[in-house]
Design a protein around this ligand. Structure first.
Ligand SMILES: *[C@@H]1O[C@H](CO)[C@@H](O)[C@H](O)[C@H]1NC(C)=O
Ligand SMILES: *[C@@H]1O[C@H](CO)[C@@H](O)[C@H](O)[C@H]1NC(C)=O
Ligand SMILES: *[C@@H]1O[C@H](CO)[C@@H](O)[C@H](O)[C@H]1NC(C)=O
Ligand SMILES: *[C@@H]1O[C@H](CO)[C@@H](O)[C@H](O)[C@H]1NC(C)=O
Ligand SMILES: *[C@@H]1O[C@H](CO)[C@@H](O)[C@H](O)[C@H]1NC(C)=O
Ligand SMILES: *[C@@H]1O[C@H](CO)[C@@H](O)[C@H](O)[C@H]1NC(C)=O
Length: 757
């Protein structure tokens, strides 16, 4: 078909031929054809036909054509419909915009037949207006608009929509989804209605803003509003208990309680909280990074400060970062529990008394209780009784009532009584003052053990008839003030031990025993070898085990709930102590409690740090020794020989999927920063390592307003936020922020148990 440009070329040439006159005519023309604005290609404008002269049968090839248009346009063309019937239609890319273009076009349609007769008629095309949807202008027309607002910013305008109606009608604006935080005005201004709150509100909003014209046609643009978190919330404590009980005399380093807190602002960040005890307390310290409270100094429940008030109150502060940020505090109470760590003692250990032989049975000799006391504070730890009356005369005197310390005569003492022939006029008795509570300390001057027979010395007297031989120990058998370790039955020569023998102190005693009848005396040397007691080993279950611990496990967590349970037939359940003797590289693990229970839990004591190269091993093999020592810390207590049980643990550290790296790369990584980003809280730029996540601040400038150009960003800052930034305008990254986490100091054992109520 004919090109439109071509039509115009021939305009003047063809005009000349019309003058010749003919009978060829264009039917139904001139006329007016209508088309709506912005019609697609090939839309029908008008139909006309050609009437040939009788002498001529054909329309010349290439006709009819539009030879001219006014105003000039290439939006229309003629296509045949059937023989001699033609349609005026729109071309491939008609641009027919009512608002920006003429509304009327005159098309001159020219036809010629094979006999060169011609006709020319005008088709007026009228462009009809149709209502079109509003048009959003500017960046929003092509992409969502990104807006950042600082949390806490007051109500205010955040964005002005630019939109027009092609028909120049007034537009209305609406916003979906409905939000109580945002509104859009009649003029297309989006504003916040109130302060935003990062912790309570959504962190980002996807808002559709719809412009609607007078006839209800709509166009929608999108605004994405991101709320930037600022440090505006105080941290709060998350541990439930406020009262904890620990036994006195815990080793410094023993873990008492793990203080935990959360910062509502912290979402999406590693904890940036710092803990302190304020005012400081001499008995406890807190790890500022982990919140683990440990014993810092020996606590003796018997010390005068704790006798009446065995409670220590600690005010725990927690502060978020940056420093000078928000803080909170709570009070916890640590109750010091008395343990039985003191033997009963007496103001006087040697007593003498004279009673007449005429005294009746039951006559009081000594009331020992008045001389004795026990420094432990609480019953039954401070209760004691008197037992084990022994020595020469123990059949003549007795404790009445039993255990009381009241020594009375037990029978008739009259020398004239024939039954009392063998009676002496002086007796030496030993009484044991003994704790009632486990482990039943006895005062050191005395034995808490019942006498046990160790041997017999016998002598024969050649003088007949047999005259009674009396045995006595005249030398040896004493050490360090233990004057009466052995006792010999004066009549039979049986020797007994009446005090505790301690292998560690003395392995051998050499005694001189004397046998005498009424006239002569003989002595003999007796050697007593003290043997080492070989008591039973603690047996613990499980005695070997494999565990896995996630690399980011919180300090203080009982790893996989693992605990060991120990049993020792000849020891109390409270006598066990747990030591990790090898494999505890960087002291990441501890057992809690470390002593005083037959079961102990495996605790993560400090956090792993592979990023900074502090930790390099991912597999630990721990060897745990369990002894059946006792709980006590008194310095002058004789060492008790202990037997050891062992437990072996294999622990694997499970890396985070994102930080899984070959160990050889670990140490280098902290210096390689391959990315950078902006901290949404401070607005500062930092560099980070995309594998390890390690960060450091990039520069020291504090930015309160920022424009990010991709895609389109508007930042609305508030006075509140600026003020806060300036307060921390040091530009020095805190250790946490920079990803250089300090390693927690070595920890001992969680000894506290929550107190009821
Ligand atoms: C075009 O519209 C006008 C009125 O606007 C009308 O008079 C005329 O008949 C219409 N023409 C056609 C071909 O529909
Ligand atoms: C917002 O617009 C997008 C795309 O135009 C649509 O998918 C989404 O459902 C809309 N949301 C609302 C709440 O209108
Ligand atoms: C302090 O923490 C407690 C809970 O530990 C919380 O109830 C309180 O609201 C916090 N104080 C502030 C100011 O947030
Ligand atoms: C003294 O106390 C111990 C330990 O509780 C007890 O075994 C013993 O029976 C008591 N002795 C007397 C005489 O009460
Ligand atoms: C018993 O021990 C105390 C100290 O514990 C000491 O003062 C006293 O002399 C001792 N008495 C005897 C008889 O050994
Ligand atoms: C552990 O000690 C408790 C009392 O403290 C006792 O009831 C339990 O039987 C003991 N378990 C073992 C295995 O000895």
């Amino acid at each position: 078909m004919s090109g439109k440009m071509q039509n115009m070329f021939f305009f003047f040439i063809l005009l000349g031929r019309i003058a010749g006159g003919s009978t060829l005519s264009l039917e139904n023309l001139p006329a007016t054809g209508n088309i709506t604005e912005n019609s697609p290609a090939n839309a029908l404008v008008y139909v006309f036909s050609v009437k040939l002269s009788p002498s001529c049968a054909e329309v010349a090839e290439g006709y009819p054509i539009i030879i001219n248009s006014n105003p000039l346009t290439d939006a229309f063309q003629i296509v045949p419909e059937s023989k001699l019937v033609y349609r005026v239609v729109t071309t491939e890319n008609p641009i027919l915009d009512y608002e920006t273009m003429p509304h009327l076009f005159d098309l001159q349609i020219y036809v010629m037949d094979t006999a060169e007769a011609t006709d020319l008629q005008t088709l007026t095309v009228k462009i009809e207006d149709v209502n079109e949807p509003p048009m959003i202008q500017g960046n929003m027309a092509t992409q969502p608009i990104m807006i950042y607002i600082l949390e806490g910013s007051g109500a205010g305008n955040i964005y002005q929509i630019e939109a027009i109606d092609p028909e120049r009608k007034e537009l209305k604006y609406s916003l979906t989804p409905a939000s109580d935080l945002f509104i859009v005005s009649n003029s297309g201004t989006i504003s916040t209605t109130r302060q935003s709150d990062y912790e309570k509100d959504q962190h980002s909003y996807f808002l559709n803003i719809t412009a609607t014209d007078n006839l209800g046609l709509k166009t929608t643009g999108t605004v994405i509003v991101n709320i930037i978190n600022i440090n505006d919330e105080a941290p709060y404590f998350t541990m439930k208990q406020i009262s904890y009980t620990i036994p006195e005399e815990q080793r410094p380093g023993t873990i008492v309680v793990h203080i935990t807190a959360k910062d509502p602002d912290d979402e999406g960040f590693i904890s940036r909280l710092t803990y302190s005890i304020s005012p400081p307390n001499e008995y406890f310290s807190i790890n500022p990074l982990t919140g683990v409270i440990q014993v810092a100094k020996r606590i003796d429940r018997e010390a005068s400060t704790f006798q009446l008030h065995p409670r220590i109150s600690l005010i725990i502060h927690v502060e978020d970062s940056p420093r000078g940020g928000q803080m909170n505090e709570t009070e916890i109470t640590i109750i010091i529990e008395d343990i039985n760590d003191n033997p009963p003692e007496c103001k006087q250990y040697t007593f003498s008394s004279k009673i007449p032989e005429t005294a009746t049975p039951g006559t009081l000799l000594f009331a020992l209780r008045d001389y004795c006391y026990d420094n432990d504070v609480e019953p039954p730890n401070n209760k004691f009784n008197f037992t084990g009356l022994s020595g020469l005369g123990s059949n003549i005197f007795t404790l009445d009532p039993v255990g009381s310390g009241i020594v009375v005569s037990a029978r008739d003492l009259n020398f004239e009584n024939p039954a009392n022939q063998a009676m002496k006029d002086e007796y030496s008795l030993t009484v044991v003052v003994q704790d009632i509570a486990w482990p039943n300390y006895a005062s050191k001057n005395y034995s808490r053990y019942t006498t046990s027979k160790i041997g017999k010395v016998s002598a024969t007297d050649k003088d007949l008839p047999f005259a009674g031989i009396t045995y006595s120990i005249v030398g040896g058998g004493g050490t360090f003030g233990y004057t009466n370790i052995f006792w010999i039955d004066p009549e039979k020569g049986d020797m007994k031990i009446i005090a505790t023998l301690d292998y560690e102190t003395t392995q051998r005693y050499i005694l001189t025993v004397q046998a005498s009848d009424s006239e002569k005396t003989a002595t003999v040397s007796v050697t007593v070898n003290v043997l080492e007691v070989n008591d039973e080993k603690p047996v613990c279950t499980p005695n070997s085990y494999s565990l896995a611990v996630p690399v980011d496990l919180a300090v203080g967590t009982n790893i996989e709930g693992f605990s060991i349970l120990c049993h020792d037939p000849d020891s109390s359940p409270r006598s066990f102590r747990y030591f990790i003797s090898s494999g505890n590289i960087n002291n990441h693990f501890t057992f809690s409690p470390s002593a005083g229970s037959n079961s102990s839990r495996l605790i993560l004591a400090s956090r792993f740090d592979y990023e900074n190269g502090l930790d390099t091993t991912w597999a630990y093999s721990l060897r745990i020794y369990i002894t059946d020592d006792n709980l006590l810390s008194g310095s002058d207590r004789a060492t008790v020989h202990v037997e050891t049980g062992t437990v072996t643990l294999s622990i694997k550290v499970i890396p985070n999927p994102t930080t899984l790296l070959p160990t050889t790369e670990m140490t280098k990584l902290n210096t390689v920063f391959d990315g950078e980003a902006r901290d949404p809280v401070t607005g500062k730029m930092y560099e980070f390592n995309s594998k390890s996540g390690a960060r450091r601040w990039k520069d020291t400038k504090v930015l309160t307003e920022t424009k990010i150009t991709d895609p389109v960003v508007h930042v609305i800052s508030s006075a509140t936020a600026k003020g806060r930034e300036e307060k921390d305008g040091t530009g020095t990254p805190s250790k946490k922020e920079a990803g250089v986490d300090e390693k927690a100091p070595e920890m001992e054992n969680m000894a506290a148990k929550p107190t009821e109520g």
